[in-house]
Write a protein that binds this ligand. Sequence first.
Ligand code: GLU
Length: 428
Amino acid sequence: MESSSYNPYQVAQSQFDKVAALLELDEGVRELLRQPMREYHFTIPVRMDDGAIKVFKGFRVQHNDARGPAKGGIRFHPMETVDTVRALSMWMTWKCSVVDIPLGGAKGGVICDPHHLSLREQELICRGWIRQVAKNVGPLSDVPAPDVMTNGQHMLWMLDEFETIHGGRFPGFITGKPVGMGGSLGRTEATGFGVIYVLREALKVKGIDIAKTTASVQGFGNVAQYAVQKCTELGGKVVAISCWDQSDKAAYTFRKKSGIGLDELRGITDKFGGIDKSRARDLGYEVLPGDAWLEQDVDILIPAALENQINGTNVQKIAKSVTVITEGANGPTTPEADEVIKQRGIFLLPDFLTNAGGVTCSYFEQVQCNTNYYWEKDEVLAKLDTKMTSAFAAVNDLAQRRKLYMRDAAYVIAINRVAEAVRLRGWA
Ligand code: GLU
């Protein structure tokens, strides 16, 4: 969870400022790119199941659309803040740019906790969110998608509300839809698989055989689970995962030195994503404190939960054995921790490159919707692999040539492309 002093927007801006200075960007371009172009803040009144009206706060922030329609997810989270959404919208711009898809960056959110909402109440929040921004989003201007605690069902309710308001069918308005309802095969797996495609390329460059590596993962949501699946398929051994337990309001690490079993853990996970501790023990897992995932003697760490997870207070706990950190989450590492990781020479695969598989597949989903022709899953995943592999190669190549930290190299490529689009349009 975020600490109150941590502000992800300040982190995103300071990362940007550093690279803008390196690139010697013009003042006007800098001013334009270091903040969102548009923001919508609104209320969503909902009649709850008990008959009372509850008013939720919603946001949509469009950071930049110079390279194409703004793109980014909507998260439902009780700790959501507008600064978190601003930071995430900025990271979406860099994410779409670094994998070179013709989209800009946006993010949305609602301050709410789906764990305590019925499906009917969640549907009303989704429809209310769309009603408030229906004129400001659309297939050619801003295309939402799922994020933390939202899924294909939420996207479909939103699509239905948008289509009702605008009168017509606009399947390209939103991505992450269920398969058969305009969704793309492979979208569910895309972010987690993409994380491992990038890791696989990084290990090749380092001359490390993935089959000889061990990994520890933070998170057990969509990104983490598919990352574990792909890593295991390629021969890697994931020995620990950490998972948030909603009923205890605490996280736990589940460790099995012979390698965790994804299916056996999925089989003992409740509907809130919490893993049953006593059944895990019966299956041979050690149940450790939530932050133990970070201290494991492994080769690879994969933070795939939320922002601000590797920070000044815990970065020193990273074991000497760790050679690669693969950021599956958005903004998991604070600048303070990042500096330590850089000094230690750990090969860091930055978030907006590594987890770009989700939005890349969203782009494929849009293409399929717009042509009304849907691809086979193998085709989607092969195209995803190609995109992720070439984005990694470009970033790694620049990092080698200019002796840059991987995060800075990814920023240089992403910001340059957006700055060029802004200049070509004559905006700055
Ligand atoms: N929420 C995902 C992300 O942070 C996907 C966004 C999208 O598909 O537009 O990358």
